[in-house]
Write a protein that binds this ligand. Structure first.
Ligand code: FES
Length: 247
């Protein structure tokens, strides 16, 4: 199959970017989207041109590195998958496919399709962990946890930090990411000692990073590769309000 990739090219954060069209022929519909970009880059190398910078690591939907906007949707035309899980069979022969980086003030562009998501790291640094003594692993059943709580914690812990929630939100809100990182710990007994401080500090950092406010449009839940529910945001807001009341 043959497609035209219309790709955002930007050399550095300091210079203006623009879209550039690249025709790529000989693609296979069973190729992953990233393999199609690999083929484009191989052709650019042979022509002596600069390759398109894009991020990836696992190519298995685990690491959250590969996110880009494809034809106006985070991670492309399907719900709840990452870009690396997208295949060329999702497009038609002759299509023009528009590829852009995540657009959010808190995610400045580094180069082409790569953005700086270190704002997420700084939110996690404020409490996305538990303080526990190290040593021998405790016996697995020493702290019994009910299935409902375990399921809730595991569902929130599935967040891979890709940033699709921010990129797709009209307010560029990081509420779904932050809520997932808070709730998976606050739901568990091990997370209780720091629960109050965690929600205060992580939501404060989220605001300080310049992310927008959540207005519950639900777009983040649709584009989240893990389908993390926006009920997590409601829970985070409730916990944040209590923390604010308690001082
Ligand atoms: S490359 Fe790891 S999730 Fe896509």
């Amino acid at each position: 199959m043959k497609v035209t990739f219309r790709i955002w090219r930007q050399d550095t954060p300091a210079v203006a970017g623009s879209f550039v069209n690249y025709e790529v022929d000989g693609l296979n519909e069973d190729m992953s989207f990233l393999e199609a970009l690999d083929q484009l880059n191989e052709e650019l190398v042979l022509k002596g041109e600069k390759v398109v910078a894009f991020e990836y690591d696992c190519r298995e939907g685990i690491c959250g590195q590969c996110g880009v906007f494809i034809n106006g949707r985070a991670h492309g035309p399907h719900n709840n998958i990452t870009t690396c899980q997208l295949h060329m069979r999702s497009f038609q022969d002759g299509d023009t496919i528009v590829i852009e980086p995540w657009r959010a003030e808190a995610f400045p562009i580094i180069k082409d399709l790569i953005v700086d998501r270190s704002a997420f790291d700084r939110i996690v640094e404020q409490g996305g962990y538990i303080s526990a003594k190290t040593g021998t692993a405790p016996e697995a059943n020493a702290i019994p946890i009910g299935k409902e709580i375990a399921d809730r914690a595991m569902d929130a812990a599935a967040c891979i930090g890709c940033g699709a929630c921010v990129a797709t939100c009209k307010n560029a809100s990081a509420a779904l990411f932050t809520a997932a990182k808070i709730n998976h710990l606050n739901a568990l007994p091990q997370g209780q000692p720091e629960a109050h401080r965690r929600v205060k500090d992580m939501t404060a950092q989220m605001t300080a990073e310049g992310f927008g406010h959540c207005t519950f449009t639900g777009a983040c839940e649709v584009e989240c590769p893990e389908g993390i529910s926006i009920t997590n945001i409601a829970e985070m807001k409730s916990r944040a309000f209590k923390a604010w009341l308690l001082g």
